[in-house]
Design a protein around this ligand. Structure first.
Ligand code: FAD
Length: 433
């Protein structure tokens, strides 16, 4: 009989195995725990939540809430198990992590089509395979992956700068310009006076950072310096780095600001911008306060905070189709955090898609691409079309879906409409699947 190998029984691998098994496909599920643990996992259970016990917002005015609702329509084992093990958490879906992992394990392991192997996979297997080994993929398999992709396309940590919704930028204060007017004007520039810079500088060097985990300590030596570390080297250091004002004179006055923060377009539709050079390890609360001191960003909606993580991920824009298939090998799929989605739910969602598509190819059916109007489809679209030179993982957010032709000013109304459109689209799509 034909079977599909699934490597890793985390959030993505468990969901992928479930989707395959539910479609009548036999699965060989390989999980190295408990024989070998990662630096963040502690148990032998599938879908162990390594940090927070929250699967984040549950309301439909929230992108990850919409994503979960789409997954409910697609018989997700992760979301239905989370629903069954939820604990009170206001508007969020938080779970009893032990009950949750135990339930996912029982359901996936207990499925008659799933055979579990407690072993570490070191080489990429032949035949239909889904690789879902997560941000802490074992060293041996990482080496095989690097041989497959080439070393320029496999990363071991992310150093991501914050990403902002374009509609929340105060366009009166910022101007479009590239340094020395080279090429077309591509950057949004936030100019600062010396006073504004000082205020920003002081807040930045005093803001609280996330404590590093032992296994994360090595990563800064690999080259990408957090903005707050650079700032602490001296008041002027950033002015010769990412905040350099030369060549960025304000076109309306011709004057050079004291300092400039540049924003670069992040997705093809231009709804998202990242802050250039601002990879950071600041805690999210202080990070928001510091960002909002930048002129033009006083009301910035941050869709993705800057983070620095140990994270194994591939350059999906170069390597993957939006079906999560590896471009060079049609029966090889990637899923989970290693594809450049970020978060428990996002990882499970990519596993869900990879599982459906691996089942389809085994059944000689065409793989599916979820519409971009759905959050599950928008994520796949983003990771496979983002700029490959500056690729960083992303959470579910409404900046990823195609905007409406008309501008909807109220954020609440806009999000409600995105949610409504996503859910109608997924319902119609599921009926035809
Ligand atoms: P995982 O859930 O990690 O699953 C991968 C599985 O593969 C593991 O079970 C591992 O043991 C196994 N494996 C690895 N290598 C091999 C091999 N060679 N052979 C066989 N098995 C192998 N996201 C959130 O939404 N909220 C958070 O609070 C959060 N905190 C995080 C904290 C840390 C320290 C890290 C590293 C990540 C965190 N994330 C968080 C991000 C991410 O969503 C989770 O890591 C999520 O578990 C990723 O799902 P996954 O399926 O891709 O990987």
């Amino acid at each position: 009989t034909t079977y599909v190998n699934v490597i890793g029984a985390g959030l993505a691998g468990s969901e992928a195995a479930w989707q395959l098994a539910s479609r009548g496909i036999s699965v060989r599920l390989y999980e190295m725990r408990p024989k070998k643990l990662t630096p963040a996992h502690h148990t032998d259970k599938f879908a162990e939540l390594v940090c927070s016990n929250s699967l984040r917002g549950n309301s439909l005015t929230n992108a990850v809430g919409v994503l979960k609702e789409e997954m409910r329509q697609l018989n997700s084992v992760i979301v239905s198990s989370a629903d069954a093990c939820s604990v009170p958490a206001g508007g969020a879906l938080a779970v009893d992590r032990h009950e949750f992992a135990a339930l996912v394990t029982e359901r996936v392991k207990g499925h008659e089509r799933v055979t579990v192997f407690e072993e570490e996979i070191e080489e990429i297997p032949e035949g239909p395979t889904i690789i879902a080994t997560g941000p802490l993929t074992s060293d041996a398999l990482s080496t095989s992956l690097r041989n497959l992709t080439g070393e320029d396309y496999l990363y071991f940590y992310d150093a991501a700068a914050p990403i902002i919704e374009v509609d929340s930028i105060d366009r009166e204060k910022v101007y479009l310009k590239s340094r020395y007017d080279k090429g077309e004007a591509a950057y949004l520039n936030c100019p600062m006076t010396e006073e504004e810079f000082d205020r920003f500088y002081n807040a930045l060097v005093e803001a609280e950072t996330v404590p590093l985990k032992e296994f994360e300590k090595a990563m800064f030596f690999e080259g990408c310096m957090p903005i707050e570390v650079m700032a602490k080297r001296g008041r002027k250091t950033m002015l010769f780095g990412p905040m350099k004002p030369v060549g960025l004179e304000d076109p309306s006055t011709g004057k050079r600001p004291y300092a400039v923060v540049q924003l670069r377009q992040d997705n093809s539709s231009g709804t998202l911008y990242n802050i250039v050079g601002f990879q950071t390890h600041l805690k999210w609360g202080p990070q928001k306060d510091v960002i909002r001191l930048i002129p033009g960003l006083e009301n910035a909606e941050i869709v993705r905070y800057g983070v620095m993580h140990r994270n194994t991920f591939i350059n999906s824009p170069n390597l993957l189709h939006n079906t999560y298939q590896y471009k060079q090998r049609n029966d090889l799929f990637f899923a989970g955090q290693m594809t450049g989605v970020e978060g428990y739910v996002e990882s499970a969602a990519s596993g869900l898609t990879a599982g459906i598509n691996a089942a389809n190819i085994v059944n000689h059916k065409a793989p599916v691409t979820f519409p971009e109007e759905t959050m599950i489809g928008a994520m796949a679209h983003y990771i496979t079309t983002a700029n490959p030179d500056n690729f960083q993982p992303i959470n579910a957010n409404f900046g990823l879906v195609p905007p409406f032709p008309e501008r909807i000013k109220s954020k609440k109304e806009r999000y409600e409409k995105y949610a409504e459109r996503a859910l109608t689209t997924i319902q119609n799509f599921v009926k035809k699947m």
